[in-house]
Design a protein around this ligand. Sequence first.
Ligand SMILES: NC(=O)c1ccc[n+]([C@@H]2O[C@H](COP(=O)([O-])OP(=O)(O)OC[C@H]3O[C@@H](n4cnc5c(N)ncnc54)[C@H](O)[C@@H]3O)[C@@H](O)[C@H]2O)c1
Length: 253
Amino acid sequence: MDRLKDHHVLVTGGSRGIGAAIVRKALAEGASVSIIDMDAKGGEALLDEVGRARCHFSEGSVTSARDIDAAVSAAGERFGPVTGLVNNAGRNTYADIVAMTEEEWDAVFAVDLKAAWLVARAVLPGMIAARRGAIVNIASVHSEMTYKGMFPYAAAKSGLVGMTRSMALDLGQHQIRVNALSPGYTETFLVQEFFDKHDPALREQVIAAHPMGRMGKPAEIANVAAFLLSDEASFITGANWFADGGLTARFAG
Ligand SMILES: NC(=O)c1ccc[n+]([C@@H]2O[C@H](COP(=O)([O-])OP(=O)(O)OC[C@H]3O[C@@H](n4cnc5c(N)ncnc54)[C@H](O)[C@@H]3O)[C@@H](O)[C@H]2O)c1
């Protein structure tokens, strides 16, 4: 249970869902953990649950370089330089290809793609100086396959996987590993929002399409993130790990 002892893990969007599960898991593995999230209420509730001794919360948006710098600096004062980064903050999008405005496009890519670079940019000087670091970018099964009506989510998540490869190549010389982790359907607010936008019967269809007959739990994604952050994954970089209960292994029929 001490795989992340002496690590400082920064989790973006850590107030709830998959991010909060990664926070809990990293703490259980011995890390100090910092969070940046717009949801201060959720962040405070999580701190009440996990305690404040090894967990720091900063309210802010990952679309703002200023918010990121403030969060990284406040967390660094408590726990030292960030050694592990999980770019988890993300949002769904259900735009129409023709009706979507440029502002809406930019708002999606700001969170689902650009933010991962902005946060990495803020923590990389410390990782490069220490010649140590692991970055996990939470992508999605949409990086490989997608679902109609969710434009342009797949483009942003595929871009995130492409950026993961580029970063892995450029940062390997500094002993920094960069991987993507692609969850399938995982029981969180985002999945509930997805089902709310569709026919309620879709939930049963989705479950039936899973070889394991169920969707995932945030803690099951967090287990993979903790592994990728830890030294047990010391020779894994530039990869895109799927945690989808086998969903992307099948085709119709
Ligand atoms: N739930 C799934 O089935 C699923 C599947 C594949 C990928 N993902 C990805 O996993 C990640 C987490 O998703 P989730 O299901 O836990 O979602 P969620 O909506 O439950 O949690 C997302 C968190 O990110 C925060 N956040 C959103 N925008 C932010 C911003 N601009 N700045 C700071 N914080 C911000 C939210 O406040 C929230 O706490 C996302 O990147 C999502 O795309 C989720």
